[in-house]
Design a protein around this ligand. Structure first.
Ligand code: FES
Length: 316
């Protein structure tokens, strides 16, 4: 094992919802590193002439160093990652993953944790719940899903959590009233949400409208990079010219050419990959830069954002 990558063997694959498969990953070589609730790993997969790295939350017990579990939703417009996991990976296969990193920890001093999950966004909360139970913390889980597609672990969670669990199956017409859910909460309650952008946006805007301080609102969105127009990145320090194809991110194209850029989430939220732009216009697609930073045009998050024209010159 190296510091930036771990080799794991797939020891089990289970269908946990119509579009979601759970993969159990065991260490090939000694124990796996410990992780904290809310952590994720990147799975490194071969793509069409490139390497794909997708981030997946760890759903297993953070204190179990023998195995990790991840759950992968088959994306309708997969760029190859979720399709690879669903159709190519078999029990016994070896996979390469990055060590766990955490951008979404529960706040240890919260009086109460209000967890709101949408679809496969349940995954980080699986490790939260194990740890919150251990600590005897006050928490409740609200789980929005479509039973024809997602809803993984809902029976297990219903049994484990009893009255602390509330499920909302939109295929049965059961909706969640975010305003009612977020109103009249006791001071010291923190809200956490993970799931589709529309849910995150709904929770954040409703909480803010009800007067929740931003410091009590936590969210995690793993936005996979969306395809776009091809363009060329010129690297001012090395003199390299890197062609970015429509179906790959700028970060993936740089990695393909051996250019290393620090990254954690690969979804435009953590800020690790920020890169200075020397020339060209950016089509910003991240959730990290401020409105002023975007307007200034001096930086790009290459994991999701692209050139608005045919070229970008980067300080690399
Ligand atoms: S890797 Fe997190 S914002 Fe790009």
């Amino acid at each position: 094992m190296s510091l930036d990558s771990l080799s794991v063997r797939v020891s089990a694959i289970e269908v946990v919802a119509p579009l979601i498969r759970e993969f159990t990953l065991e260490a090939v070589d000694g124990a796996l590193p410990a992780f904290s609730p809310g952590s994720h790993v990147q799975v490194v997969m071969p793509g069409d002439g490139r390497e794909i790295r997708n981030a997946y939350s760890l759903c297993s017990d953070p204190r179990d160093s023998a195995r990790y579990r991840i759950a992968v939703r088959l994306q309708e417009h997969s760029r190859g990652g979720s399709e690879f996991m669903h159709s190519r990976v078999r029990v016994g296969d070896l996979l390469r993953i990055t060590p766990p990193a955490n951008l979404f920890s529960p706040f240890s001093l919260a009086r109460r944790h209000l967890l709101i999950a949408g679809g496969v966004g349940i995954t980080p909360f699986m490790s939260y719940i194990t740890e919150l139970e251990r600590q005897g913390a006050e928490y409740e889980l609200h789980y929005l899903y479509r039973s024809s597609q997602t809803g993984a672990y809902r029976d297990e969670l219903q049994q484990r959590l009893g009255s602390r669990f509330k499920g909302y199956d939109s295929d049965s017409g059961v909706r969640c009233d975010l305003s009612a859910l977020l109103s009249g909460r006791e001071p010291g309650t923190h809200v956490y949400t993970c799931g589709p952008e529309s849910l995150i946006e709904g929770v954040c805007s409703t909480a803010k409208a009800l007067g929740w301080p931003e410091s009590l609102i936590h969210y995690e969105a793993f936005a996979a990079p969306q395809p776009g127009e091809p363009f060329q990145a010129r690297l001012s320090k090395s003199g390299k010219e890197v062609d970015v194809r429509p179906d790959e991110s700028l970060l993936e194209a740089l990695e393909r050419e051996g250019v290393t850029v620090p990254n954690l989430c690969r979804g435009g939220v953590c800020g690790q990959c920020v890169t200075r732009v020397i020339d060209g216009t950016v089509e910003h697609r991240d959730a990290y830069l401020s409105t002023d930073e975007r307007a200034g045009g001096a930086c790009i998050m290459p994991c999701v954002s692209r050139a608005a024209g045919k070229h970008l010159t980067l300080d690399l």
